[in-house]
Design a protein around this ligand. Structure first.
Ligand SMILES: *Cc1c(COP(=O)(O)O)cnc(C)c1O
Length: 361
């Protein structure tokens, strides 16, 4: 078969996801593996969300609310923005795709950090645009170098804070210096998938720039702290002019009814949020202490995951950990072939990881 496909589609490398539990059980015959590879919530989903989903199951024959009225209004109230500033997606991933589709044309340039979230590059390439990579500087996003790389073709800049996979934040004062002198029409996408975990008071908050007259989009998700990754729901907050453009390319029923209902209920589940934060912070403390004792280097995080320098092939370490029943993430697909990334799990998962890690090293 001879298919005619644009070169920019041919050359996309497909996203390599963390191994699903079921596959591990199938391939290695391991039961109940510890999965700390995808930055998921170790406590499971928000109980309030679960209850709301159970009650809503009997309505699955209905189409979802295309405008997601309840969720959008609740979010708007919580974030002190107007409903017209919010665009929902099947995960914030989909919002990234809507942004690139609306704002990028073949030949345009989009600036992003090396080793950043793989979906940015995939979406940029889907629209025939050119990713312009800027190396990290001591594992931090190098805003000064990003600014130097702006050309008349630059249409978008992707920033992540806290960053995945490094766990590091962008500081507000550095961002303010960065945007000074940049054309307000360049779309700045600030991905805050992990913002709820950040404790550093200097951390940039994208929502502060909603009315700055700049094309700044803040991305958030229900996949991490709310524990709803499987339902696929996230959102972008942006100036209304941008939101109305995204709504032209958005599929009417993009977010499903259960996702909308679960997310709406999860927004009220403060108890679950607090419990998640405590579990993650205690987990990190335990893991740091155990790794210190082992003399292993790692990078302290402002998120729920962090990088460990294994000083050998991360793909090998990944495979050997798998045989011990622990799923970690090799960072080779992120261009960091000697690093693994793990997220804080439950206390016994963290302990099992350390035990297995001692064996493997
Ligand atoms: C997990 C993650 C997201 C969230 O993706 P969803 O599509 O909302 O599940 C977005 N950005 C980064 C950097 C992430 O790590």
């Amino acid at each position: 078969m001879k298919l005619s496909v644009p070169d920019y589609i041919q050359t996309i490398s497909p996203y390599i996801a963390g191994k699903p539990m079921e596959e591990l059980e199938r391939e290695y015959g391991i039961k109940n593996p510890v999965k700390i590879a995808s930055n998921e919530n170790p406590l499971g989903p928000s109980p309030k969300a679960l209850k709301a989903v159970e009650a809503a199951l009997k309505n699955l024959h209905r189409y979802p609310d295309a405008g997601a009225y309840y969720l959008v209004n609740k979010l708007a109230e919580k974030l002190s923005v107007s409903p017209g500033n919010i665009v929902l997606g099947t995960g914030s991933d989909e919002v990234i795709g809507m942004l690139t589709r609306v704002f990028l044309q073949p030949g345009d340039e989009a600036i992003l950090s090396e080793h950043s979230f793989l979906m940015y590059e995939i979406m940029i390439r889907c629209d025939g645009a050119v990713p312009v990579w800027v190396p990290l500087k001591s594992l931090e996003i190098d805003l000064e170098e990003m600014k130097r790389r702006i050309t008349p073709k630059t249409r978008m800049i992707f920033l992540t804070s806290p960053n995945n996979p490094t766990g590091m934040i962008i500081r507000k004062k550095e961002f303010d210096r960065f945007i000074e002198g940049i054309s307000p029409e360049i779309v700045i996408v600030l991905d805050e998938a992990y913002i709820e975990f950040a404790t550093d008071p200097e951390c940039l908050k994208g929502l502060d720039y909603l009315n700055s007259g700049r094309a700044i989009v803040t991305l958030r998700t229900f996949s991490k702290i709310y524990g709803l990754a499987g339902l696929r729901i996230g959102y972008g907050v942006m100036p209304q002019e941008m939101a109305s453009l995204l709504n032209r390319v958005r599929q009417a029923f993009n977010t499903n009814s259960l996702a909308q209902i679960a997310a709406t209920a999860a927004l009220d589940d403060d108890e679950f949020l607090q419990k998640t934060l405590t579990t993650v912070r205690d987990g990190l403390k335990f893991l740091y202490a155990a790794l210190n004792e082992m003399g292993v280097s790692y990078f302290p995080t402002q998120s729920n995951f962090f990088l460990i320098d294994v000083k050998q092939s991360a793909d090998d370490v990944f495979k050997r950990m798998l045989k011990q029943g622990v799923i970690v993430r090799s960072m080779s697909s992120y261009g960091l072939p000697q690093y693994i990334r793990i997220n804080a799990g439950l206390p016994d998962e963290n302990a099992q990881f350390i035990e297995a890690f001692k064996q493997v090293l």
